[in-house]
Structures are given as C-alpha cells and as structure tokens.
Design a binder for this molecule. Structure first.
Ligand code: HEM
Length: 231
C-alpha cells in the first residue's frame, strides 16, 4: 500500500486525529504549568517567558509540531465527518441521541470555536494586537535586564471582564471537547474492555476538571484583584 492510500484509510485518519489530540493535551498540561507561575509573581513568570525565548530552536520546533497537529486534527476530523455523512445518504428523520452524549454532539462545534479562540489568543498575547499598550510593558529582570512584562499584560487584560468571560468560555469548551475526545480515542483504538474503559474515562474527566480549575483560576484571580499588575 502506498503512503498516499494509507492516509486515505479511515483507520489511519482516526489515528492521526487521536495522536494529534494527545499532542495538544500534553501542550495544555505544559502551558498551564507555565501559566500558573503567575502566582509566583512577575519575576517568576517573566523569567520563564524570557527563558522560552532563549531556547528559540526548541520553541520553534514545539510551535511547528503544535501547529501541524492543530491543522491535521481539524482537517482529518472534517474529512472523517464528511465520509460518515456520505456513507449515510438518507438522513435519519429524527436524530438518534441514544448512544451519544452532549459533548459528542457538539464536538465539531466546540472544535471550530476552539480554533477561533486560539486565533484570538495568539493575536492577544503572542502578537499583541488586542491591547498593544498592555503588550508594550517591560519588566527589569535581575541579572538580565529589560524583558517582556508578560505578568502585567495578562493581569491587565483579565481585569477586563469581557476578556475574562471569553477565556472562561473557551477553556470550558476545550474541556468538554477533551472529555469526549478520550471516549472517541478509546473507540478508535478498539479498547472496549470495561476494566480499562472506566478508569481511562474517569482519568480524562479528572484531568479536564483539574485543567479547567487551573486555567479558570487565573482570570478569576485577576478579576477579584488577588493579583495586581505592576503598571
Ligand atoms: C488562563 C488561560 C491562559 C493564559 C493566561 C494563557 C497565556 C498565554 C500567554 C501569556 C501566551 C504568550 C506566551 C509568549 O508569547 O510569551 C500564550 C500563548 C499560547 N497559548 Fe495560552 N493561555 C491560556 C489559555 C490557553 C488555552 C486554553 C490554549 C489552547 C486551547 C492556549 C494556547 C496557546 C498557544 C497555542 C500559544 C502560542 C504558544 C507559542 O507559540 O509560543 N492558551 N498563552
């Protein structure tokens, strides 16, 4: 079988969706660990952000892997969805919701909304297009000099309620998406033994809750003025 025809098989496409999804979950765990440094104060998170810039080759490799994963994940999901619709030319009169959950029915919708959110998020914190004045802040790091003040940029942004509300909504969608993603990955991998399915499902639920609390705590702490910007 040629590589091209291998990529055309649904098993291969589902495997790509599962693996790229897993890459993004690992990113979410790593990203949250970095973001939580905000509770350590400006020096902690700003030196972490500056440190990432120092390992530019590594950072760009991770970014490229993440970007390719995101595009492959979206592309193959849409392809698989189309294939399953083509395989069922006569639509059901009434949608059958018996075996599906709320999360699975909204999978494509949450996926597309998350995609739009990531575009907004990059414009916001990575390119500084939403609030250029917050993005321009600098911080004097001991032993290093002036660096980008990620701390104040994040806190000032999240003290605007519309931005916090948008992030909380987006993070909630990411977690709904993640819980169902684990279920469909189990199906893809053909794992149906209850001994494994139940603990894996529980673990994905616990992971989603922990990530949700971690991510949401940041805008909430900023809105509650538990963390204040420097400038
Ligand atoms: C409270 C929630 C979050 C905060 C405070 C936050 C913070 C940040 C910051 C400050 C950056 C810019 C880093 C820099 O350029 O120095 C960033 C980048 C990024 N964030 Fe988030 N983030 C949050 C949630 C999320 C979520 C839920 C996702 C994914 C769905 C995400 C995906 C990304 C991506 C893909 C980048 C670009 C990474 C890079 O290219 O360096 N973030 N985030």
């Amino acid at each position: 079988m040629s590589i091209r025809s291998m990529f055309r098989t649904t098993v291969m496409q589902k495997a790509i969706v599962a693996v790229t999804g897993l890459v993004m979950v690992l990113f979410l765990i790593g990203h949250l660990s970095g973001n939580l440094l905000i509770y350590g104060g400006p020096a902690a998170i700003n030196s972490y952000a500056a440190g990432l810039r120092d390992v530019a080759a590594l950072l760009w490799t991770a970014r490229i892997i993440l970007l390719l994963s995101l595009f492959a994940h979206v592309y193959f999901t849409i392809r698989l969805r189309r294939l399953s619709h083509q395989a069922r030319p006569i639509r059901y009169h009434r949608q059958q919701y018996v075996a599906s959950t709320f999360a699975s029915r909204t999978m494509l919708l949450t996926g597309l909304l998350i995609f739009s959110y990531v575009a907004f998020h990059l414009a916001h914190f990575t390119w500084g297009k939403i609030h250029p004045e917050y993005y321009a802040a600098t911080y004097f790091l001991d032993g290093r000099g002036p660096v980008h003040d990620v701390y104040s940029m994040v806190v000032r942004s999240f003290q605007e309620s519309w931005i916090s509300a948008l992030y909380i909504l987006a993070v909630t969608m990411v977690m709904i998406h993640l819980v169902h993603a684990t279920q469909s990955a189990l199906q893809t991998l053909g794992i149906s033994n209850k001994r494994y399915v139940q603990p894996i499902r529980k673990a994905s639920f616990v992971l989603a809750i922990v990530l949700w609390i971690g991510y949401v705590s940041i805008p909430v702490a900023c809105m509650a003025h538990m963390i204040e910007p420097l400038s």
